[in-house]
Design a protein around this ligand. Structure first.
Ligand SMILES: C[S@@+](CC[C@H](N)C(=O)[O-])C[C@H]1O[C@@H](n2cnc3c(N)ncnc32)[C@H](O)[C@@H]1O
Length: 272
């Protein structure tokens, strides 16, 4: 057995991560790489969006959470956004969309009522507002808040979206936002979908829930797709369930889609 295989056995990646966690003043890129955030999925998505934006010369972006509930995700998103802005120079405006009164009634079997029910995940709006430093809460049913969002808020280009509204019907409504002009999006929007793994009773499939909403969106759009980031888990030092829930929303006819963003500006592979 080689020395490096022996070292890998003696020090599994999870162990190395805990060592790094103890080290002070670790750079943001390392903390994202090693999942050292309470919401590593959000940290990865917002960080990648910021890198893409910076490479395109865009220094302000938006990050959205669809489905806020008590607000733990939005509070985490806000603090990740602040940290990423300080490290990359890309400002990140954060928005949280929610009814404010929990889940609406499920429409049919595609909303998985055997898992989620009306009234789940209610919000204490005043308590959450006190915790938020700069996020914008957009309250009301998505059918009321999504259609006017762009005109009312004129957001900076959207670079990250967390889809965490549980239901198929609610997810389809949130996808209405993606119909807005390219000016309000990065060419590739990092997306997190919370509701496609879950506990053993959830049994997610492409015939209901978020997976069905994505299939239908892709079937209906020639120039826009929502696609899983292929092989993400192989790029991570420590794999995690969220690696299977990170997608990119591609806007192929966005004016900046073909702009080169790779850090290697003259990529050669010369014969050694
Ligand atoms: C699972 S919770 C979100 C959890 C949150 N993202 C977190 O990480 O803490 C789902 C939320 O989606 C919201 N929601 C679902 N359908 C909605 C709709 N049609 N309009 C507005 N909010 C909706 C519910 O109010 C609920 O709070």
């Amino acid at each position: 057995m080689s020395l490096s295989s022996l070292l890998k056995l003696a020090f599994p990646k999870e162990f190395i991560r805990e060592i790094i966690r103890l080290l002070p003043n670790q750079p943001l890129s390392r903390r994202v790489r090693w999942d050292l955030f309470s919401r590593p999925d959000y940290a990865y998505g917002v960080y990648q969006a910021s890198l893409q934006a910076a490479a395109l010369g865009i220094m302000r972006i938006s990050a959205i959470e669809f489905g806020v509930a008590g607000g733990n995700g939005l509070v985490a998103l806000e603090s990740i956004a602040e940290e990423i802005a300080a490290a990359t120079g890309v400002q990140v405006d954060t928005y949280g969309f929610d009814s404010g009164y929990g889940m609406p009634a499920p429409v049919d079997y595609r909303d998985l009522p055997y898992v989620w029910q009306q009234g789940f995940f209610q919000m204490d709006v005043d308590a959450l507002r006190k915790r938020l430093r700069k996020s914008t809460l957009v309250l009301g049913d998505f059918t009321e808040t999504v259609p006017g969002f762009i005109a009312n808020y004129r957001p900076a280009p959207i670079g990250f979206i967390s889809f965490d509204a549980d239901y198929y019907s609610s997810t389809v409504t949130t996808f209405g936002l993606l119909e807005a002009d390219h000016a309000f999006f990065l060419p590739r929007v990092l997306c997190y979908f919370d509701d496609m793994i879950g506990g053993d009773l959830e049994l997610h499939s492409p015939y209901a829930g978020e997976l069905l909403a994505i299939e239908e969106f892709n079937a209906a759009h020639r120039w826009m797709k929502i696609a899983k980031i292929h092989g993400l888990m192989h790029k991570r030092p420590v794999t995690a369930w969220w690696n299977d829930e990170l997608f990119a929303h591609h806007r192929f006819d966005h004016p900046l889609y073909n702009r080169h963003v790779h850090p290697e500006k003259d990529w050669q592979m010369r014969l050694r």
